[in-house]
Design a protein. Sequence first.
Length: 129
Amino acid sequence: MNTPRPDAVEAAASAIVDAFAATDRDRYFATFAPDATFVFHTEPARLEDRAAYERLWDEWVAAGWRVVSCASSDRRVQVMPGAAVFSHTVDTSVETADGPESYRERETIVFALDGEELMAVHEHLSPLT
């Protein structure tokens, strides 16, 4: 079983952050496996697959939500055969129907190799106070 290269994990994580920062739905969700799961402190339950998150995203956008900026710092990559864990601090500013909001969060993204391609299979966000 192949072990992902740390630079490939960094690139995959950067692609997620960049697509999110652009509120680019298609590019963002293309980085996640269909069966990826999501744990967000802002949601009452785990999202059991990418389609559930896509529906939530669409609700946010329909309500006037969009990302203004998203910056990643304090990055760490851990690799193992067939997978990798990426963790970082993420500072996000969004525009909503109620006005601007900003967040500082910790995020962990778990990647798995699908052939030679890294796909995100789990994302977990928690507040950073």
